[in-house]
Design a protein around this ligand. Structure first.
Ligand code: ZN
Length: 537
């Protein structure tokens, strides 16, 4: 028996009848009957339709014995009689176009002729092997590297309105029978679509698992311009549910429509919208398949050996200064290797354009957006590091590794408490002797108050920030020059400590040496952040 294949119960019969008459497709009827057996959706919809028709004619046959299932009052004596005209109309339309089509008698049973009033064709001709082939082809064309894939579906917002209308249509009938149909129990179009398509797409992708959570997402989107106006009445009834664009156009997002439908009383809905929904003439249009791979994060440390290289592109009044930057030199080989669409660069602090970063380098992390390749083993990362290092002598990276997004936050944690070490080349106005600067080595944990430096006032708030210089050492060079080593709290402005910034940093080196001093060169010797972990060479 055909009917034994569908997990339907006697109580579903009146609803199946109503939905068939309302113009619902076979799979939508299963949804409203809360059928959660995936296989029921996966079988050809023509079979399901036949089974549903057999199921209700079975009602007719057993009607005399089963008085608990009365006919809906508006039903004709024979449901088949009412069902067939619709079917026949559609077949005739098709025959007008295709003369070579098989005889209508045969097709009558096999065709699912009309666009479904609820799913707008999505669970009919938008849902099957040919659609799966199209999706798989779009994915293959982008040449991503992936083990699993998640299928995401975007449906036109008016589908919710039509679903609601259809639900109201059957709700009354169901309630009269003393049965309960909760709207949340109705299987969603999206769910049914996935149950059908996931396996088909997986097969077309050569057995790749289509799962519910994956870094790689394949998005299919449907639109249905013909019925876009379906949502519009909701704005008049539930005004504050909808936002407007800049040019005062209302935006009917799916979320807003769902919210409005929760608020609107049934009688108001029924006053403004047909129940069941009106018959559409066309199916939904599938939009281009969108592939998106979650970001990959790459971390490491960089050295900067050049005194004319900014950390990030340097643009003044829309005009670019300096042809390159640290982030671009690191990003270019990474973008190429990961085949990513873009990047976001972050680092533990930053150095001025004329400051070198030596020693172990400065920790950085790079978010690579939509990478088409995402798996690199240790040897490949090492190779990639060499590629970066060979590409320029202005920078060098080490400890290059793939990290998680969560691990990246370690870099920014407690940044203020970290220490940094510097070497500065100092000029003194008054001639000095070796003995004049030895006292500097004895200064420990000197707190300096730094009023926001003049050179950064345009981007930082005016404040006095106390900073600690943990230790210093001086190395005599000649009567007007010496090297000053400093170990400081992160965030200390070294240049201002040396020249005093017109008294805005106190105490400063001029006061300590009782002569004007200036800074000629500055190198960062170490950034004491223990992240990312060192990778043995
Ligand atoms: Zn449908």
């Amino acid at each position: 028996m055909l009917t034994t294949m569908l997990p339907l119960k006697d109580k579903d019969k009146p609803m199946v009848q109503m939905l068939l008459l309302a113009g619902c497709c076979a799979r939508c009827i299963l949804r409203f009957c809360c059928v959660s057996v995936h296989a029921a959706y996966r079988q050809p919809p023509q079979n399901t339709l036949k089974q549903l028709q057999a199921f209700i004619s079975d009602t007719e046959n057993s009607k005399s014995q089963d008085s608990a299932v009365p006919e809906p009052p508006e039903d004709p004596p024979s449901k088949r009689a009412k069902l067939e005209p619709g079917v026949t109309d559609a077949v005739l339309e098709r025959d007008d176009e295709a003369a070579a089509a098989p005889a209508p008698v045969v097709r009558l049973e096999e065709e699912e002729p009309r666009v479904c009033v609820v799913c707008l064709g999505i669970l009919q001709d938008m849902c099957g092997t040919s659609q799966a082939v199209k999706i798989a082809e779009a994915v293959k064309a982008e040449n991503y590297e992936f083990d699993t894939v998640v299928l995401s579906v975007s449906l036109p917002a008016q589908l919710c309105v039509r679903e609601h209308s259809c639900w109201l249509h059957v709700k009354k009938e169901v309630r009269e029978k003393g049965l309960v149909l909760d709207k949340d129990d109705v299987i969603q179009v999206k769910e049914a679509f996935k149950w059908i398509m996931q396996g088909l797409v997986a097969k077309e992708l050569g057995g790749i698992a289509v799962v519910t959570k994956s870094a790689f997402e394949v998005g299919v989107e449907f639109t249905h311009p013909e019925t876009d106006a379906d949502c519009h009445f909701l704005a008049a009834v539930c005004h504050d549910c909808f936002k407007t664009t800049k040019d005062k156009q209302l935006v009917f997002t799916r979320m807003a429509v769902v919210k409005a439908l929760e608020k609107i009383p049934d009688f108001k809905f029924l006053k403004h919208y047909p129940c069941p929904p009106a018959q559409p003439t066309s199916s939904c249009s599938p939009q281009d398949v969108r592939c998106l791979h979650g970001s990959v994060f790459v971390a490491g440390r960089y050295n900067k050996f050049c005194r004319s290289l900014p950390q990030t592109p340097w643009v003044i009044d829309g005009e670019r200064r300096m042809e390159s930057s640290v982030e671009e030199l690191i990003a270019a080989p990474l973008l190429a290797a990961f085949r990513a669409d873009g990047f976001n660069f972050s680092s533990s602090g930053r150095e001025d354009v004329d400051v070198r970063t030596l020693g172990n380098g400065r920790p950085f992390a790079m978010e690579l957006l939509n990478p088409h390749r995402s798996r690199f083993n240790r040897a490949e990362m090492k190779q990639l590091q060499e590629t970066i290092n060979k590409s320029s002598d202005k920078i060098r990276v080490r400890d290059l590794q793939i990290v998680t997004r969560q691990a990246m936050s370690r870099m920014k944690e407690g940044e203020e408490e970290k220490t940094k070490s510097y070497t500065a080349l100092i000029w003194t106005q008054k001639p000095i002797q070796r003995e004049d600067i030895t006292f500097i080595d004895d200064i420990k944990d000197l707190t300096v108050d730094q009023k926001t430096p003049l050179r950064v006032l345009h981007r930082r708030a005016l404040a006095v920030r106390p900073r600690v210089i943990h230790s210093m050492n001086a190395r005599f060079l000649d009567p007007h020059h010496f090297y000053l080593g400093l170990k400081t709290q992160a965030g200390t402005y070294i240049k201002e400590f040396v020249h005093g910034d017109f008294g805005r940093t106190k105490p400063n080196l001029c006061q300590l040496l009782k002569t004007d001093t200036d800074i000629l060169e500055l190198d960062v010797e170490s950034v004491d952040v223990d992240w990312p972990p060192a990778i043995p060479e």
